[in-house]
Write a protein that binds this ligand. Structure first.
Ligand SMILES: [Fe+2]
Length: 229
């Protein structure tokens, strides 16, 4: 998919800047959330191609990166976490479950519990523990935008096979998103396949099979995918 430059400005002078970075088979989406009032930002899931982030930081005259926020601990979502944490001397936030289950080893970890709010300048970042892709996967909400990592994609969901109970957890996590977020919520996943980032939940519900299935169908489908992997 061709990368496009599109900044999404929120009501409160926060701007979402999607960044597509690549490394061999990986193609990831991470996000700079810029607070225009304080000229500061946070970065969600920084990985690969650090010059892409640094170009935007310079271009937008961002004075400081205030936090690194991770949806989960897979390498394609954390590859630059230590780099930016050391450079700006800031915390790396991810869930306590993720750190403990996978013995995550990063430099300045600050662990989160389900429901915790990270408050940074004008930003309130709500954390939701939504396991399935990994034991401690988190999604983050800023206003009516949700950053879903590898839990929810526009076109489906992340794989859920690396720990016992992962498939049921994923089903429950998807149901949580479906039932608790406003239909106008914009979804920002860690990978895209057919549709661009920032689709509304309402739109995604029209074509995302993982959100349509009942639990039995979902677990059967996932077990078939597992055999193909
Ligand atoms: Fe992942």
């Amino acid at each position: 998919m061709k990368e496009r430059n599109r900044y999404i400005v929120m009501q409160s002078n926060l701007t979402i800047i999607p960044i597509n970075t690549n490394n061999h088979e990986f193609s990831n989406y991470s996000y700079i959330i810029l607070d225009e009032c304080s000229s500061t930002c946070v970065i969600i899931d920084p990985a690969w191609e650090k010059e892409k982030y640094e170009t935007i930081i310079a271009l937008k005259e961002i004075k400081n990166v205030e936090a690194i926020i991770l949806t989960h601990s897979h390498i394609d979502h954390i590859n630059l976490a230590d780099y930016f944490s050391k450079k700006y001397k800031v915390n790396i936030y991810l869930s306590k479950e993720e750190v403990e289950h996978y013995n995550v080893s990063l430099d300045k970890i600050a662990t989160l519990q389900n429901g915790e709010i990270i408050k940074i300048n004008n930003m309130n970042i709500y954390s939701y523990l939504l396991p399935g892709h990994t034991k401690g996967s988190m999604c983050y909400q800023i206003e009516n935008n949700v950053f879903t990592g590898d839990t929810l994609f526009n076109e489906g969901c992340g794989y859920c096979t690396d720990y016992i109970g992962g498939t049921i957890d994923m089903y429950n996590s998807l149901q949580f998103i479906k039932q608790n977020f406003d239909l106008q919520t914009k979804i920002y996943p860690g990978h895209v396949y057919l549709y661009d980032v920032g689709q509304s939940l309402d739109d995604i519900l029209q074509y995302n099979m993982s959100l349509m299935m009942d639990q039995q169908s979902f677990t059967t489908y996932q077990s078939r995918i597992k055999k193909l992997r």
